[in-house]
Design a protein around this ligand. Structure first.
Ligand SMILES: [Zn+2]
Length: 262
């Protein structure tokens, strides 16, 4: 596992530049800079104290896992496969309010779906699975692929509907992903509290392994916990080792699409 950090700031003096170049072992230009670094590296060890005294930003941007760490996990978070931006609704908050019950206009936290998901007909190309870059916790699957793969795992589906038309989307089905009834141990993880509904959501940055669920006898679930920032709120999608390894085997997903829980 490699935790990636990003050091960034403004180089506004010659001495600052020299200190940074010595610590990072790279050449830097004057002005704004940003450099990604492995938390375990010697360079990071050199710069972490400097970052404070030089007024630099130092933050985690994500975690890279080894294939072995992914293979050994019983449950994994699905990071998403192919993502398409189109067709995005003009008013995401309104969309959320129309699609889910009790959707908070401030933080986006919501209850269960109350109406079919509406979208335009997607252009899947060669992809079998699709996600939308404005909604992170729904998975859309090419119809035949649903029948030959997800249905065998006992996973249900919903019809997505064409935007403002009373007919189903032709290419894909939406997976019906149940919500976990268990809570995860989120102790120590950063969260924000909504000023309107007072519910909490966790910072979506992945730092190390995802908290292991208290039970593993399922194939796919959404976490009860919400993640996100601003108006966006989503659940993480948990998948079994079996689904992960099958998706990787048939090249519908790659190892890096998964975060192991431990
Ligand atoms: Zn809220």
């Amino acid at each position: 596992m490699e935790i990636k950090r990003r050091i960034s700031g403004n180089i506004d003096s010659r001495s600052k530049k020299r200190l940074l170049e010595d610590a990072l072992k790279i050449k830097l230009d004057d002005g704004l800079f940003s450099h990604d670094i492995d938390e375990k590296s010697e360079e990071y060890n050199m710069i972490k104290h400097l970052a404070l005294s030089l007024n630099l930003y130092d933050r985690v941007i994500g975690t890279l896992f080894t294939q072995q760490e992914i293979e050994q996990a019983e449950i994994l978070v699905f990071r998403g496969a192919w993502v398409t931006g189109y067709p995005q609704p003009e008013k995401p908050i309104e969309f959320s309010g129309n699609t889910y019950s009790n959707s908070c206009p401030e933080c986006g936290i919501h209850d269960e779906p109350k109406a079919p998901f509406q979208m335009k007909e997607p252009n899947l190309g060669k992809h079998k699975i699709m996600q939308l870059n404005w909604i992170f916790d729904e998975i859309f699957v090419e119809r035949n692929f649903y029948q030959s793969f997800f249905k065998d795992f006992g996973i249900g589906m919903r019809e997505a509907m064409l935007y403002k038309k009373n007919e189903p989307v032709k290419t894909v089905l939406q997976l019906d992903i149940p919500k976990a009834e268990f809570a995860l141990d989120m102790n120590g993880l950063e969260f924000s509290t909504c000023p309107v509904c007072k519910k909490i959501k966790y910072t979506p940055v992945e730092i190390g392994f995802f908290p292991a669920p208290p039970r593993t006898n399922f194939h796919i679930l959404k976490t009860k916990e919400f993640f996100g920032s601003g108006h966006s709120a989503f659940n993480k999608i948990l998948m079994s080792h079996e689904i992960m390894s099958e998706l990787v085997k048939i090249k519908v997903a790659k190892y890096y699409n998964f975060v192991p829980a431990k």
